[in-house]
Design a protein around this ligand. Sequence first.
Ligand SMILES: C[S@@+](CC[C@H](N)C(=O)[O-])C[C@H]1O[C@@H](n2cnc3c(N)ncnc32)[C@H](O)[C@@H]1O
Length: 305
Amino acid sequence: MDPNSVVNKRLSDYVNSNEEVIYLDHPSFLYLKNSQAQQYIKLMHQESYSSEFHSPLVSLIEDKVLSLVDATLKQVRFVDLGPGYPDKAIPILSHLRRAGIEVSYCPIDVNPFFLDLARESVEKITSSIFPIQSLFEEVAHADISKISGVGQNVSSIIHIGPTFMNYAPSEAFDIMLRMSIPGDRLIISTELLEDVSIESAAKIYVSKEVEHFNYMLLSNLGIAISDLRYFVQTNGNCIEMGFTVLRDVALNEYRLSKGTQIVTATSRRYGLKDLKSVLESYFDSYDIYTSIPPSVAISKIQILE
Ligand SMILES: C[S@@+](CC[C@H](N)C(=O)[O-])C[C@H]1O[C@@H](n2cnc3c(N)ncnc32)[C@H](O)[C@@H]1O
């Protein structure tokens, strides 16, 4: 897959339809190149970025690990959707190891830099590793079970971190359900908006570093930063990051008009009630664990036999 050609195709479809807002916010688009992955890791090293919900999620997973996984299993396949640096998976994998459970770790990521990082980070705490370089959208249960080193009928834990918030919930659930069979478990991490407004949650994205991270996608397309102004805005329960085009811009195959908005990332936020209602619309039963105060949540779903 040529990363730029996928983004270019989306962009030209939009330009041809004369939309004033162009959504280039597919969750994979910010991670198509290794340089984008490296910039994301830089962001995660910033206390102001990671302390908002990433670190509280890791602490909550550490606290609730006994409830999240069934320690009576002998073998498990751990499918990690978009590991990045797999900080949310590590406490679960460490627990499985301590419990003497054989773990086959299957990170799925579009980006090879992240797959290498995931492999290096969990090498000592897993029995075997089977990375899959692909879009989540293109992987089904059969693909995973073919290569994952454990038997066809071994249960999977299918985990997605805050990348869940970059998807409409139905899309993320469909992706996870395509990868699962009855008996499997889904684990989903989210930030929770209980005592804070979405405007306040959006503030972590207002920084030069996050701007640069978002700009890299447009830079790959040859759009100059001087032709753009960064914005972070809210739209219902979505935080949108992107750029306003400041003057008419001619690119190879198309023109971008002054005033067009290009949304490069969308991140959804849920209150506890909203999170429960999206889970209820898809699953008969689920468990939710929240931090105290309730700033983050882990949802656990068992796929019924
Ligand atoms: C926001 S980072 C999350 C990293 C980490 N899991 C966390 O919890 O913070 C998103 C990760 O998902 C990957 N990713 C995003 N969308 C994807 C898709 N549709 N298919 C495959 N990988 C994707 C990215 O390459 C990156 O590793």
